[in-house]
Design a protein around this ligand. Structure first.
Ligand code: HEM
Ligand code: HEM
Length: 178
């Protein structure tokens, strides 16, 4: 089953969830390494890799949002405050998954350095070359990534808690159903 139903996660949503999760788990530490580095010729490829991966994640997130408009995912199980909380955390994670690549793209554009997807496809700049834009957008990128890490800690902790409590929340995101 490709589509979601009122109580099942379809294959497309599950593939997007675990695919994007895997890429973000690589991208976060890569970004943290970059922020400790002095950009130079030797490590420029790492910056390029981070930009390519980040923009690819952004494209997948856009697809995921479009797919969820076409085929809405099931509501969190159980109802009550935990389900409301789960929903709020999911929305907040989506907010960060848009804000982070967008701010990275704006900040990188503002440096005036060309962005090349996979080292060959030129990506248009979306901000003027400006030290002010660069500093502000990188500050947003930094804060939003820290917020995402905190949200993911809650998200992953809650997923395991629900599974241990026996409601099958994690099983449903793995298999589609409980
Ligand atoms: C989901 C996507 C992304 C994630 C999770 C992510 C994550 C991070 C993290 C955690 C940092 C370190 C922040 C800090 O401690 O200051 C960082 C830095 C950076 N990011 Fe991203 N990023 C993403 C997308 C992008 C995109 C799309 C671009 C550019 C097109 C980009 C460009 C950069 C650059 C240039 C730095 C280094 C900033 C510095 O020198 O301090 N990122 N990223
Ligand atoms: C970067 C990592 C992750 C991100 C960005 C993320 C994001 C999301 C989002 C937005 C949803 C809401 C459903 C949807 O829109 O597709 C969701 C659901 C879910 N996630 Fe994650 N997730 C990540 C990692 C994980 C991990 C590592 C686990 C397990 C340990 C996990 C377990 C779940 C479960 C069980 C659900 C379904 C919750 C329910 O039934 O209401 N996620 N995730």
């Amino acid at each position: 089953m490709l589509r979601n139903t009122t109580d099942r996660f379809g294959l497309i949503t599950r593939a997007l969830h675990w695919g994007i999760a895997g890429l973000i788990v690589v991208q976060l530490p890569l970004g943290l390494r970059l922020s400790d580095m002095q950009p130079g010729l030797a490590n420029l490829w790492l910056y390029s890799a981070h930009k390519t991966l980040g923009l690819s994640i952004f494209a997948l997130v856009a697809l995921r949002i479009v797919w969820h408009i076409i085929s809405p995912p099931p509501a969190p199980m159980g109802g009550g405050w935990q389900a409301r909380m789960a929903k709020a955390v999911h929305w907040a994670i989506y907010g960060m998954m848009v804000a982070i690549p967008l701010s990275g793209w704006v900040a990188s554009s503002a440096t005036g350095i060309d962005i090349l997807l996979f080292d060959r496809i030129p990506v248009p700049a979306i901000a003027p070359v400006s030290a002010q834009w660069e500093a502000t957008a990188f500050a947003i990128h930094d804060i939003a990534t820290k917020l995402l890490m905190a949200l993911l800690a809650i998200h992953i902790g809650a997923a395991f808690k629900r599974e241990i409590d026996g409601d099958g929340t994690l099983t449903r995101m793995l298999r589609g159903h409980r």
